[in-house]
Write a protein that binds this ligand. Structure first.
Ligand code: SF4
Ligand code: SF4
Ligand code: SF4
Length: 709
């Protein structure tokens, strides 16, 4: 349960092991909606009962590998035109399932999505009363009267809104009302009013969407964004977010890069769902049926006489997001949750294939993600409610608030200048983040604390990195990581949830002493060894880490709680390399208004990689973890692999120096021992293996002239 309902998905009956069977009972309809996907409304096509009966017989035969639960979905045209047929089909299904002791007898649901015009009809009402506990009944209402009547018109061209208002009380009395609303270019301006109108009518669950079609005009994305942001403000001002209302324009999981798992799966259920039409042909879903396709012939994957054609079905088992997406979609920072429809992909494909992905709605999806970021940031900053179910796969922009920013990674910032970033620039940088989907991280001065929070910041989730000596000044900020150093350890007097402990490599012999001191105030320490070079004392480091490992074991045995230190614990939960992300998914924004690969590149007067006006122009080919040859062959997944250090020591961004590699592999070996000693503390962790060669180059390139191993 989240602390908000707006932002949650709509309730879905059945869960993962559920399959939808759609009966296209008629192509006839008593409305003429302007956006209707039913391309051919032929009023003489209706399903015969014998067709549906044969299909049910086939579904319940032992020829199919089925889901445990089933949704019998009735669709048209307008399905209520065929209510007697639907009633007969449902009765037949129930009797057949009962006779066969089929598990579907207990696990089925009837779903009807109607325009509502025939809702009060006696036969419809009888059917509803007979199946009342098994039906989900959606009626399409497009929002307020203006928007609804713009599209949902009767045969004579008049709007159907007033007809729906007439049946609304009865519908609400019989069901938890839900509706689908679809927006295209002309009606975007009614969006906010439409959603509010639906909620006012008592329709709490609103499945809202924009069309996939090529209908969008320049500037439509800005209208969508403004409408959604204005709706978000209203929701927050009136505190509607936890009152049971839902609208799928707001979804907490939207945004972030694809994970490998996302790329290996497919967004929609075509092939798992099945649809059958009046002719007895079976389709992967309704959008592959002749009624729904404008450009292509229907994709028939079987018929009621011969059943499913297993050869044709193979395609739907062999498709995933990586195969249909362009490189732009694969690498898109907001790919998570970006929808597509396989039927529409097929209809629009050039080569008569379903291995295609339409992107007409791309800008609209990006606008939607921005509005979601705005909504959840305000919810968090103004109401203290955290966004849940949200990916951690994002790109970051580090704001250098002052030239003397606190060191927070392997690079030691020795600059004393107090040149700071002004408010206007901060605001412009934040706008850049919103436009381009970067998460802002503010790196504060190591000395002065002159940061002032502004109302404008409320619409962003900002992370802060602040030296511990400024703890008192910054207590009211959220999302703070405090930086502690041996000299400032005495300033640590309160419990903190996130911290970085900086230690110079020359002080490594006191590591255990310092870390156990920090653990008195927190359960997790991010250790950062700065100034790393070839003089790093590896044996000493290993010895100190082993002592820390003993301490972690002891703590666990006494309290049952796991204390964490990044260099030992993170490798247990990472199965791929991420590196520090600089130059790939992390950039810095400096007080001079320009972008850099990371703060160290700014501090060392390296070339910038762009400015606010032109954005970040950078070929990140060498910065992605996949292009680091050594890292590809290394299991030290906790390693941050500093590209600045790489460039300084090996002259290349993607080749790391031996001391960095050996340090990380020492950590891996100590983590391996730790995991072995208390496996019960690391349930669901990656099973670690001990490495023999601390430097992965030895196993990666065993034969190389002039190379001293
Ligand atoms: S369609 Fe656009 S928003 Fe969606 S994944 Fe592709 S690039 Fe990203
Ligand atoms: S590359 Fe990463 S670790 Fe290295 S200095 Fe830049 S931000 Fe820090
Ligand atoms: S230890 Fe070396 S090879 Fe392994 S991830 Fe780190 S930099 Fe890459």
């Amino acid at each position: 349960m989240t602390s908000y309902t707006i932002g949650e998905n709509l309730p879905l009956w059945g869960g993962d092991d559920t399959q939808t069977i759609t009966f296209i009972v008629t192509s006839d309809c008593n409305l003429r909606c302007k956006y209707c996907y039913v391309v051919a409304k032929e009023n003489n096509k209706r399903m015969h009962f014998s067709t549906a009966k044969k299909f049910i017989d086939y579904l319940m035969s032992d020829k199919l590998n089925r889901s445990k639960k089933v949704v019998l979905d009735f669709i048209g045209g307008e399905p209520l035109l065929e209510i007697e047929l639907i009633d007969k089909i449902c009765d037949y299904f129930k009797i057949k399932a009962f006779e066969l002791s089929d598990e579907w007898y207990w696990q089925y649901r009837i779903n009807i999505c109607s325009n509502g015009l025939l809702y009060e009809d006696e036969k419809v009402q009888n059917f509803i009363k007979k199946n009342i506990h098994k039906i989900s009944f959606g009626i399409s209402i497009d929002g307020n009267k203006q928007k609804h009547d713009l599209n949902r018109v009767k045969v004579d061209g008049s709007g159907s809104y007033d007809d729906i208002m007439r049946i609304l009380p009865l519908w609400k009395q019989q069901f938890v009302p839900s509706t689908k609303v679809t927006f295209s270019s002309p009606d975007l301006i009614y969006l906010k009013d439409s959603i509010l109108a639906l909620w006012d009518l008592g329709i709490y669950d609103v499945a809202a969407n924009v069309v996939y079609e090529d209908v969008w005009n320049t500037g439509d994305d800005k209208i969508l964004e403004q409408e959604l942001m204005s709706l978000a403000d209203h929701i927050i001002d009136k505190e509607l977010y936890d009152k049971g209302y839902k609208c799928t324009f707001f979804m907490d999981f939207l945004g972030g890069f694809n994970t490998q798992g996302d790329l290996n799966s497919i967004f929609c259920g075509a092939g798992k769902m099945l649809a059958i039409d009046c002719s007895g042909n079976i389709y992967p879903c309704i959008r592959f049926s002749p009624n729904s396709l404008s450009n292509k012939k229907a994709k028939v994957i079987g018929n009621i006489e011969k059943g499913l054609d297993k050869e044709k079905l193979r395609t739907y088992a062999c498709i995933d997001a990586s195969m249909i997406s362009s490189q732009e979609c694969i690498e898109c920072p907001v790919a998570k949750g970006c929808p597509y429809c396989q039927g529409f992909n097929y209809d629009e494909s050039k080569n008569d294939t379903i291995f295609n992905r339409t992107v007409y709605h791309c800008l609209m999806q990006k606008a939607r993600v921005r509005a979601n970021d705005y909504f959840f940031a305000k919810l968090y900053n103004q109401k203290g409610i955290t966004r849940e179910n949200y990916s951690s796969n994002h790109q970051y922009l580090y704001f250098i608030l002052s030239d003397d920013y606190v060191s927070f990674c392997q690079f030691e910032n020795k600059c004393n200048s107090h040149k700071t970033m002004n408010q206007d620039l901060i605001q412009e940088g934040l706008n850049f983040c919103r436009e381009n989907f970067y998460k802002p991280v503010f790196i504060h001065s190591n000395e002065l604390y002159n940061f002032e929070s502004k109302d404008f910041y409320d619409s962003f989730i900002i992370e802060h990195i602040i030296p511990i000596q400024n703890y008192e000044h910054s207590k009211t900020l959220k999302n703070v990581t405090y930086v502690i150093e041996p000299d400032t350890l005495g300033k640590l007097r309160n419990r903190i949830s996130r911290c970085i402990f900086n230690i110079n490599q020359d002080q490594i012999d006191s590591l255990y002493k310092f870390i156990t001191e920090v653990f008195k105030f927190t359960d997790r320490v991010n250790l950062n060894v700065i100034g790393l070079n070839e003089n790093f004392q590896e044996d000493l480091y290993q010895e100190q880490l082993m002592q820390i490992s003993d301490y972690l074991v002891q703590c666990f045995k006494i309290t049952g709680e796991v204390k964490e230190i990044n260099v030992l614990n993170d490798v247990m939960y990472e199965d791929t390399h991420e590196n520090c992300k600089a130059g790939d998914r992390l950039f810095a924004f400096a007080p001079n208004g320009r972008f850099y690969i990371c703060p160290s590149f700014y501090s060392n007067n390296k070339n910038d990689v762009g400015c606010l006006e032109n954005g970040i122009n950078f070929d990140n080919k060498l910065f992605n973890a996949k292009s680091h040859f050594l890292c590809k062959n290394c299991k030290a997944n906790q390693c941050l692999n500093c590209v600045y250090l790489n460039k300084e020591s090996t002259d290349e961004f993607n080749v790391s120096p031996s001391y960095q590699c050996r340090k990380s592999n020492i950590e891996l070996n100590v983590a391996y021992e730790l995991q072995k000693r208390i496996p019960e503390a690391f349930i669901n962790s990656v099973k670690l293996e001990k490495v023999k060669n601390l430097d992965p180059i030895i196993s990666a390139k065993p034969i190389m002239p002039h190379f001293d191993y």
